[in-house]
Write a protein that binds this ligand. Structure first.
Ligand SMILES: Cc1cc2nc3c(=O)[nH]c(=O)nc-3n(C[C@H](O)[C@H](O)[C@H](O)COP(=O)(O)O)c2cc1C
Length: 321
């Protein structure tokens, strides 16, 4: 039997299949279902920076009246997002043996980062920061966007003991350099990439409409390239995500050097039991190829330097008729 175990963010995973942050992990029961289906780890549904800030503002307002009011606001929140989220961490941890990663959806540094230490104390094994930022503001330059990512990371790192990973987009002037900088500032892992919700156009209605919320396998070629480019040159774990629907994409990301993969759309479409199919597919492939463990093939197809990669691509174009 092949050994599918791996390490991600210093955590021992029984296999590299991580359920990505989504509605699949927004309740302890669903987290338990993912674990039962064989997941190596689960990233919880994100809490949003705005939800955390809202509670902070409530406490600040209550404090302005009298201190007891602040306590009341703190203890009040069964229905408030923060206590609900801490409960989600705590109860999920109680139900499953696999690592549970908290996720924070954010766009700016600030007071909300205090929440990360509460997530740490509630038992989260790691924190994933989903910096959800499309660089559309013409008043901000590339270094401004870079700085926001770095400031968020530094703020959160200073408040927690658990590992911190960042789920990023592709929209950087220098993606490889940014990945290196984030690892330099303490990112324990980078998740490549965020899938921004697609915008589409309804040509009958002449209106903007949301695109398909679910990915297709072809989308994985973009993160796959970057996993391959960065996994050997960046000093932190790299996770591939987006468009991983079958065991073949899992194998490709591992060959490119991923520590693990995150999946979401394929579970929405096939149910969490699909994890079992992915695992047996990877296992059969490993048996066929004679690999006894993931470390025997992980990163075999990682590329070393971006410069060579560019040269390689240019040559592919030159060869075209
Ligand atoms: C319905 C739905 C909800 C999602 N919610 C979150 C979220 O709260 N936080 C987050 O970081 N990503 C969220 N995602 C993005 C997924 O975690 C993942 O990055 C994305 O779907 C790409 O992976 P896939 O191709 O396997 O679907 C969501 C995706 C879907 C489809």
């Amino acid at each position: 039997m092949s050994d599918l175990s791996t390490t991600y963010l210093g955590l021992e995973l029984r296999n590299p299949i991580v359920v990505g942050s989504s509605g699949l992990s927004n309740s302890p029961k669903k987290v338990e279902a993912c674990a039962r289906a064989g997941a190596g780890a689960v990233v919880l549904k994100s809490i949003f920076e705005e939800e955390i800030n809202e509670e902070l503002q409530k406490i600040a307002r209550a404090n302005a009246w009298y201190p007891e009011a602040a306590d009341y606001v703190r203890s009040y929140g069964r229905q408030n997002a923060v206590s609900h989220y801490l409960d989600l961490i705590y109860k999920s941890k109680d139900l499953v043996e696999i690592p549970v990663i908290a996720s924070i959806h954010c766009v700016s540094p600030g007071a909300w980062t205090e929440f990360a230490s509460r997530a740490d104390k509630a038992g989260a094994d790691a924190i994933e920061l989903n910096v959800f930022m499309l660089p559309t503001d013409t008043d901000l330059g590339p270094s401004d966007y870079d700085k926001i990512h770095i400031d968020i990371l530094q703020d959160v790192k200073s408040k927690v003991d658990v590992p911190v990973c960042m789920k990023i987009g592709t929209h950087f002037s220098s993606l490889a350099r940014m990945a290196m900088i984030l690892s330099h500032y303490g990112a324990d892992g980078l998740v490549l990439f965020n899938r921004f919700l697609r915008m589409d156009i309804d040509i009958d209605d002449l209106s903007l409409v949301p695109g398909n919320p679910f990915s297709v396998p072809a989308e994985t070629l973009v993160p796959l390239r970057w996993v391959s480019l960065l996994s050997k040159s960046i000093n932190c774990d790299i996770v591939g995500t987006t468009g991983i629907h079958s065991w073949k994409e899992v194998v490709k990301h591992l060959l490119a050097g991923a520590s693990a993969v995150q999946i979401c759309s394929c579970l929405y479409q096939n149910g969490v039991e699909h994890i079992g199919k992915l695992l047996s597919g990877v296992e059969n492939w490993m048996d066929d190829k004679g690999f006894g463990s993931i470390d025997q093939f992980r990163g075999k197809l990682a590329r070393k330097a971006e410069r060579k990669a560019t040269a390689w691509e240019r040559v592919q174009y030159m060869k075209e008729e």
